[in-house]
Write a protein of this length. Sequence first.
Length: 836
Amino acid sequence: MGRLKITAFALILLTSLLLSHLYIGYQVSSKEGVSSLINIAGRQRMLSQKMLSLSYRLKQNNWENPLEIELTKKELTDIISQFQKADSIILKYTTTIHHNASLDSIKISNTSINHLTFAVNQVLQSQNKQELSSAVASLEKAQSQFLVAMESEVDLYENYGKETLKQISRIEIIIYAVLLLLTIILLTSLIFPFIQKIQTKNKSLEKSWERYTIFVEQMPGAIAMFDNNMNYLVASSQWYEDYNLVGQDIIGKSHYDVFPEIGQEWKQIHRECLNGKINHNDEALFERADGSVQWLAWDVRPWRDEKGNIGGIIMYTNDITDYKLLRLEQNRLHEIIDKISDVARIGAWELNIDKSNLYWSKLTKEIHEVPDDFEPTLDTAIQYYNKGESREKIEKAIEEAVKNGEPFDLELEIVTAKNNIIWVRAIGEPEFKDGKCVRLFGVFQDIHKYKTLELRNSSLLARLNAIMQSATEISIIGTNLNGIITYFNSGAEKLLGYKAKEIIGKKTPEIFHNKEELIRRGKELSKQYRKHISGIEAIFAPTREGRPNTREWIYVRKDGTNLKMQLSVTALKNAEGVTTGFLKIATDLTETIYLQEALISSNQKLEELTQKLTRKNSQLANFAHIISHNLRSPVANLTSLNYLYTNTSDPEEKDLLMSKFQTVITRLSETLDTLVETLKIKESSNDDLELIYFDEILERTKEMLTGQILESDAKIISDFNKAENIKYKRTYLESIFLNMITNAIKYRSAEQAPVIRITTSYAEKGKTIVTFSDNGLGIDLEKYGTKLFGLSKTFHQHKDAKGVGLFMTKNQIESLGGTITVESQVNSGTTFTLTL
């Protein structure tokens, strides 16, 4: 019987222990589920606030930055996905706990969650500002309702947890009382099984804490749990990764020991949360002790024990450093693009085909000279294009783009709202969906300055080519560095019998030269330069060496007949001064030789033929040298201005240089007009003389040499009080001033800026004296005095020295009965005295 009682009591004890164990285990499991739900609910609140923050950002963007809108919507989509996953976890846990009336009320929050999700989807699907504003307003209302519902839901979780703990406590009291009674009755027989049951219970509790720890550690976010002293209780694996703590044992350690760099601001946040506050932030900069920086979003809130006392804080953080750095870099790139657009005068446009909405950027409106609030349409936009070719081209381009998907890139004229006609570049790209064009977009650039300059340059080159082609008595041939002919004027066609199309890009000037003469010249140059020279190099070698290259050659025409030609070869250089080819200018000496022979045989016509010969040679020589020399200075000036323009980034300086471009081009154009008129002059006469003011000639010369004057910092001082004007040939006087000032700048001292003084006075017999003085390199007159005014004579190792300027100046002065003398000392400057 005793054994039976003991067995019965043992069975009762075992049954009690088993039931209590199962009940306590179930309640502990429920408590774990509630803790998880509280944490997830906290994350949902933070995600809802992030949704609203991103929606505000979309609203503030005002649809001006498509790339930023796309990135923000992508981030918002990711967050709603996280939100929905968290919601599914809550639903999963709520279905596993007891279905009492209080916990069933948790499902009320589903309505607010559905409203919130629907509002976010409206934000993502909004297509304009009005739709977005309405969607954001709905989201604000839904988010507010959601927070209230979630706060109520968390309170229910906490109350349920507290009730569970109370039930566990009550059951434990009953169990302990029963066990105590049974222990007293069956102390001897049941003490050890009871102890074993207690140990089993403790192990169960330990496993329960273990499971909770594993749950936190494996959460996808960075989360950590602290006690009231800010010592670590548990932390997720993401926490270890985000804060470079992998491999470290931080449990039980102070948060401030793990991160000694934490400042007072963060410590104050922790103190406030330990007192019951909740703190969250979507974006903040955090500097680490090692100098690195992190951008963080966080949510910090207290956690409470079963008695409702604050046991510490739970901290959830999100490392958004990569995202933030990407945003900062995007903003920097946007600023750069905006600055480039302003400098390059490039705007944007977009046409929605279905809605017929046309968007112009601020700069596009500025180019059209319309107000910032102007709202364009396709019809009004097309009306801005200049009627005729420009409008027809843009209409056709848009039609082809919409129908056939053809992009376009056009340079057209528009008439702005202020009636200004300007050149623009319109670029368009179509976008198709399901075989239908849904939009056109592109850029719009103001190219008026560059297009105007291009047109003027084209016109100038055409006129220059016309002049060269009109020189039918002069052969002008251009080649590349290899001697292949690149230019062949009408004079060359007439004199040599070839057509340009037969020669350009196919032949070298070697076919026009007598072979025996080329061989002899090659041997002479080989001996002179101490290297082998033959073939076409016999023509170009002196020019390559930077030496004068003018001499008589025998040219062989296409029909095999010979011509005696006077040939000058000069180098063609680019803006950097690098030789890119050669220019061969030749005049026919056949008539000259014939006239010379006629002079010998006919003394009666000696004076007449001499005068004719002199005039003929003077006209041909002067015109050839004007083309090869006088035009070089203004062209070099254009090259200098182009170099300065290319190498500056200052918009104001570019505008100044552009105005200089226009001035030089205008003056050069006038010079070309003068050269055309010069071709019509057959002989000099007093009919060509006109009253000219010296200050006018000087001003024109300074304008043509603007680039060289700026580059050399030259100073020109003039005094025309004693003789303000002269009756002279304008072409010659302009050429004289140009040559004198160009030489003074060209042969300036490297140790000081050039100073050029020009004075005038009247002399006897109606003559006028003009002096040009400079402080340049000077000339050794004892060594070069007799050769100073010779053709192609140079006395300094200057890369641009041609030896033509003084020769031409002297001939022009003497042709009108004047003289030119010079005084000079090496390194002390030079003074030219002209008696006109």
